[in-house]
Design a protein around this ligand. Structure first.
Ligand code: XIL
Length: 317
């Protein structure tokens, strides 16, 4: 259907789940994740982030990320890899130092190089830079931007292209799913890189939607077209649709429509290569911890029954 290559679900490594106080092993969960009739792709929700991969300068640890990579390899799942340069879940040593431009350049190059070399050949795509934009389309004041300005984006992508010329390189962010200041910011980033002769292959739409006010089907199709016009592909990288608690039949119906429209926008857009939901099982969702009073953002309830939205997604495929 159009350009669709995969429908997948992100997952955390059992070790991460355990530290979050969640039961480490759920046989039923693991069976669904590995069921190729449900999913053809996965992304580690945490294990490849800076905090875990380079907790101290020059000290690399791939334990958590490798767990999800093995699951992908053993079960024939495409892996999206996430995320190299991001202001959040960054190792404290990066955040708390007053870097000179030269020193921070070395830090970025070394991190991108070592992490990408480790996962070489095992990723369909890398989120090279994550969440560089504010809602108004200006750049976020991260340690990277404050020290290097927009040069850090060029450095991250040009380094990534050198390390692995075969993997798709993505800019990934949230609220890029309808046209506006932020989507124009993403367009600006793609142009900045392309105009500098630096490789960028895709724009990742995180798509953390809210059941009561999701972007419309037409908005999503239009914004995907605005990225595609620059010659890049698009993917839904972290789709979930959170609902105000307690649930009721109206909000579940809104959620079903929201999933149907997100999946439908991708399916109907030739540039959209795939859809990843940000885990699939409500108890493992990041939503309740970050948005108090909201939850049930995924497709499987706690008792492993399926949301109406599961069938909404299927209808759109
Ligand atoms: C979330 C994870 O799912 C949580 O487990 C973690 O505590 C915080 O990060 N945007 C991103 C993802 O790019 O990496 C985030 O994942 C959700 C928002």
């Amino acid at each position: 259907k159009a350009g669709l290559k995969y429908f997948g679900a992100a997952t955390d490594s059992p070790g991460q789940r355990e530290r979050a106080g969640l039961e480490a092993s759920y046989a039923q969960y693991d069976a669904i994740l590995r069921d190729n009739n449900e999913f053809g792709q996965t992304t580690p929700t945490n294990g490849q982030k800076w905090l875990f991969t380079e907790p101290e300068q020059g000290v690399f640890n791939f334990t958590e990320g490798d767990i999800v990579t093995s699951i992908a390899q053993e079960n024939g799942l495409i892996q999206r890899c996430h995320a190299l340069v991001w202001h959040s879940q960054l190792a404290p040593w990066v955040e708390s130092t007053n870097w000179t431009a030269d020193a921070l350049r070395d830090v970025i190059v070394n991190h991108v190089t070592k992490v990408m070399e480790h996962y070489k050949g095992k990723c369909y795509a890398w989120d090279v830079v994550n969440e560089a934009l504010n809602e108004d389309g200006t750049y976020r004041e991260s340690v990277f931007y404050q020290t290097l300005g927009e040069e850090y984006l060029k450095l991250a992508f040009s380094t990534a292209a050198k390390v692995d010329p075969d993997v798709k390189l993505y800019y990934n962010d949230y609220n890029l799913e309808s046209p506006g200041n932020k989507s124009e910011g993403a367009v600006r980033i793609v142009k900045l890189l392309k105009d500098s002769g630096i490789k960028i292959d895709g724009v990742g739409l995180q798509a953390h939607h809210v059941a009561s006010r999701p972007p419309t089907l037409d908005q999503q199709i239009a914004v995907i077209q605005s990225y595609a016009a620059l010659g890049v592909e698009v993917a839904y990288t972290e789709l979930d649709v959170r609902v105000e608690l307690p649930l009721n039949s109206t909000s579940l119906e809104w959620q079903k429509q929201a999933y149907k429209n997100a999946v439908g926008a991708c399916v109907q857009s030739p540039a959209c290569v795939g859809i990843t939901i940000w885990d699939f099982y409500d108890p493992f969702s990041w939503v309740p911890a970050v948005f108090p009073g909201e939850g049930n953002a995924l497709l499987w309830f706690e008792d492993f029954s399926k949301h109406p939205a599961y069938y909404g997604a299927i209808e759109a495929l």
